[in-house]
Design a protein around this ligand. Structure first.
Ligand SMILES: Cc1cc2nc3c(=O)[nH]c(=O)nc-3n(C[C@H](O)[C@H](O)[C@H](O)COP(=O)(O)OP(=O)(O)OC[C@H]3O[C@@H](n4cnc5c(N)ncnc54)[C@H](O)[C@@H]3O)c2cc1C
Ligand code: SF4
Length: 357
């Protein structure tokens, strides 16, 4: 029997937008989130300001979450994971388990939207020697977000504001040796956004960004990259950092200035590693449970991305957001809207077919 329920897995930006969209189109929605709160990685990892417009990440996500939790067509199940699935398009039976006590239930769904997101690359796996687990003043983009959110951007080793900070781009991305050849798409923009926030919070701090090439477009280029250089005097240096060592109470960054074609050595108080995006553990797990094809990096494969951007390898199951590959919010939200529309169309078609229409 066909079901009129859309099951959304993942309560981050993409899952929330997919749930809101499908519910607004009149479908019954069950939203499953494995954590005990909604909002996804921006809330869980304590991001500071979100683009567009440097809005407080928690406030933005809470507003979106509230629209979903108060929607009469949406049922939210927190601290809940998907553990099994049978059936096919129009007629899926999905087994859910409560993380706290293992209690299980089955949801009958006509269509499924997977929005299980990403996790940050672990810099312990990098091929260059950046010493993330060795030196307290080497941090990641995610660590920097949490410090900026707390408005306490200080050197972890001293608790004092830094005078010189640099970002190292493409850590864990565009790296054949670790098998992540892809560009994570967001880290050039996010490093530039954080550089602005650092200059706002610690005006005397000089900020440098060492990049292979800056990859930004549209909003990120016009409203983040150019103001970072022109208004906030962030220094962009085309160069590859190959090693970081502790020198006294500073960090010595060694590498090559590729514009000048000569070795470079600079002293910094803090180094921020621009770590890339990898599929979350949940994305890999849900793909396996639902029988979805994954690409070689573990993201959920979209077989005809150009013309059918949210369809997975299984009819009736759609994907939205960073579960399908690195994405910023704009792309995650657009994908979620498209997935909601496709899922509702799929359940309506299945119900019409089942009732002989
Ligand atoms: C440091 C940093 C800063 C950023 N800042 C910005 C910014 O300012 N502007 C911007 O446009 N983009 C920004 N981004 C990108 C942005 O975070 C992503 O585009 C967005 O989070 C993707 O949303 P998502 O819902 O696809 O995934 P996520 O945010 O990762 O959410 C996925 C959700 O699914 C849940 N989940 C996972 N597995 C399961 C499971 N098995 N069962 C149930 N639930 C599950 C997770 O708990 C999580 O709640 C930033 C990224 C980084 C790394
Ligand atoms: S967005 Fe920038 S830092 Fe991130 S992987 Fe691509 S080029 Fe490197």
């Amino acid at each position: 029997m066909a079901s009129d329920v859309v099951l959304v897995i993942g309560g981050g930006p993409a899952g929330l937008e997919a749930a809101r969209g499908a519910a607004d189109l009149g479908a019954k929605v069950v939203l499953v989130e494995e954590r005990d709160h909604l909002g996804g990685t921006p809330v869980f990892e304590r991001y500071a300001a979100l683009t567009h417009g440097f809005q407080d990440a928690e406030e933005v996500m809470n507003r979106l979450a509230q629209e979903v939790t108060t929607h009469p067509n949406v049922q939210v199940k927190l601290s809940t994971r998907v553990v099994g699935c049978t059936g096919s398009k129009g007629d899926f039976h999905v087994t859910l388990t409560k993380v706290s006590d293992g209690a299980s239930e089955t949801v009958h769904a006509g269509a499924i939207i997977v929005a299980t997101g990403f996790q940050h690359f672990d810099p312990g796996r990098e091929t260059q020697v950046y010493g993330y687990y060795e030196y307290p003043d080497v941090i990641t983009l995610a660590d920097a977000e949490a410090m900026l959110k707390a408005r306490k951007f200080v050197r972890p080793s001293t608790g004092l504001p830094p005078e010189r900070v640099c970002f190292i781009q493409c850590v864990g991305s565009r790296d054949r040796q670790i098998g992540n050849e892809y560009c994570s798409k967001v880290c050039c923009g996010i490093a530039s956004k954080q550089a602005i926030e650092i200059r706002q919070q610690v005006p005397n701090c000089k900020v440098y960004i060492f990049y292979i090439d800056m990859r930004m477009y549209g909003y990120w280029e016009n409203e983040i990259y150019w103001p970072a250089q022109e208004q906030y005097k962030v220094n962009y240096i085309k160069g590859i950092a190959t090693e970081i060592i502790q020198k006294g109470d500073k960090l010595l960054v060694r590498g090559e200035d590729t514009t000048l074609g000569r070795p470079m050595e600079v002293l910094m108080d803090m180094v921020i590693l621009s770590v890339g995006m990898e599929p979350s553990k949940g994305t890999r797990e849900v793909a396996r449970i639902l029988g979805l094809k994954q690409n070689k990096y573990g993201f959920i494969e979209v077989p005809h991305e150009g013309v059918d951007p949210v369809a997975t390898s299984v009819p009736g199951i759609f994907v939205a957001g960073a579960a399908a590959g690195p994405k910023d919010l704009d792309d995650s939200m657009s994908m979620a809207g498209a997935a909601a529309m496709k899922a509702v169309a799929a359940i309506r078609r299945a119900i019409a077919v089942a009732s002989g229409g």
